[in-house]
Design a protein around this ligand. Sequence first.
Ligand code: TZP
Ligand code: MG
Length: 208
Amino acid sequence: MSGALRLPPLYAIVDPLATGRAPDALAAALLAGGSRLLQLRLKDVGTRELLAAATAIAPLARRHGARFLVNDRPDVARAAGADGVHLGQDDLPVAAARRVMGPGAIVGVSTHDLDEARAADAAGADYLGVGPIYATGSKVGALPPRGPALVRAVRAVVRPPLVAIGGITAATAAEVLAAGADSVAMIAALVDTPDPAAAVRDVLRRLS
Ligand code: TZP
Ligand code: MG
């Protein structure tokens, strides 16, 4: 996209984990709670199921004035009418994702250290994911947690907005934002709860 991206303080990830929740119902709850930025992350489904979920969520997000990103797959993001894509280190490079998605799409990149952060900045990422900050059970093969100090270190060397991720909860969100994150991403703290809408409300209330 052109121009600096402004992110809301909460980046809610639509990953049902083992809750059995349907992705579109989960997205609706996160939006109802007040989330204005969603990423769809479904690691164990085929392309058509991912596209179906993304296609169901895109209009829900639009109706709430929220931005909607798809993890891993620029092709699916574009086909579903999402606003952008979130890329890992093994996904398409930023330039290729932009060729797929067209101008105006938001392209974010996961980074885990200063070298990856500098490279994602140089590649023109609109925002950088930074983590894991705390221990997480939501990502297979996650690297060891680096604490808010990683956010502070990355903030000092790159320009794009930073989305901190990994084990962040309502109780720790403020300290991560204070370390220089523009937004905090959460899965379990929102999803693995009896009431995801209430969990979003709780985070937003504590940050306001
Ligand atoms: N990338 C780094 S940690 C993580 C991802 C996708 C998982 C974050 O989930 P949670 O439940 O908020 O720790
Ligand atoms: Mg990926």
